[in-house]
Design a binder for this molecule. Structure first.
Ligand code: SAM
Length: 253
């Protein structure tokens, strides 16, 4: 997958591209991340990307011309059918695991990072295919959200994570073999590691038992319980076995 990030702060991405998952994904050829300075697509001496809002009010707004020029230049390099032009915006649809999974179907994503009061509405209406928000709060720029979108998406590309099983056990992962309408899974179960006793706190006995069936059942029940307590909304969309239902009824009781 190729990511083209349009930003006025390309240097912002230095550390995330030099560490961890994104670095590994680029080294193994699963992802290419290209940074584009929006100011390189201006045509005036001052490399102006913003201007005052029509109608007055505080702050500045990204002008449409540099953004159109940047996206049209990048689009003209190659004509992928699955190209998506994404504006990071608090007004966009909330990013979820299912949404990230869906993004992996695109060959290439162009990510536009806003700043100041945001971008001229003509960009939103005539250039972008998707607006994505990473949460109901406002950040100063789209760079962190773009990094979040890339990380959430790249780790779902098959082959990127060392252990594919770990991704299937993650919170929100759709269970293997689930029908296509199932888009979100349960929260993950609690995890423990050595030592078996730390201060006065012991690891649950069952995890030390070596009994794989009992461990599977314990993990499933814990995942159901965590989800029921913290995110009951997710339970409505997850396929449940008879055993799961009985456990949930017991919890509710
Ligand atoms: N005036 C805008 C509003 O209230 O919707 C907020 C603009 S914000 C200060 C500047 C830029 O940060 C936005 O254009 C967007 O690119 C990015 N941004 C801020 N919060 C975001 C969020 N929750 N999700 C995605 N992008 C966000």
């Amino acid at each position: 997958m190729t990511f083209d990030v349009i930003t006025i702060f390309p240097g912002f991405f230095g550390s995330i591209l030099e560490h961890g998952l994104l670095k590994r994904a680029m080294a193994s050829g699963h992802a290419a991340i290209r940074l584009h300075d929006l100011r390189d697509y201006t045509e005036d001496r001052h490399r102006t990307v913003d201007d005052r809002p029509f109608g007055g009010g505080p702050g500045m707004v990204f002008k449409p011309e540099p953004i159109f020029r940047a996206v049209e230049t990048l689009r003209s390099e190659k004509h992928e059918k699955s190209l998506r032009v994404i504006l990071l915006s608090p007004q966009g649809r909330l990013l979820t695991q299912a949404g990230a999974e869906e993004l992996t179907r695109a060959e290439r994503l162009i990510l536009i990072c806003g700043r100041y009061e945001g971008v001229d509405q003509r960009v939103v209406e005539n250039l972008v295919t998707d607006e994505i928000s990473i949460g109901d709060y406002v950040l100063s720029g789209g760079e962190l959200p773009a990094a979040v979108v890339m990380e959430a998406t790249v780790r779902l590309i098959p082959g990127v994570l060392g252990n594919e099983e770990s991704r299937e056990q993650d919170s929100f992962a759709v269970p293997a073999g689930a029908p296509p309408e199932v888009r979100q899974g349960l929260l993950d179960c609690p995890q423990y590691t050595r030592p078996a006793q730390f201060r006065d706190w012991n690891v649950p006995e069952v995890l030390l038992s070596g009994n794989h069936e009992q461990i599977r059942q314990w993990r499933r029940r814990q995942a159901l319980e965590e989800t029921w307590r913290r995110r009951p909304d997710l339970l409505a969309h997850v396929p449940l076995s008879e055993e799961d239902r009985r456990w949930l009824e017991a919890l509710r009781a």
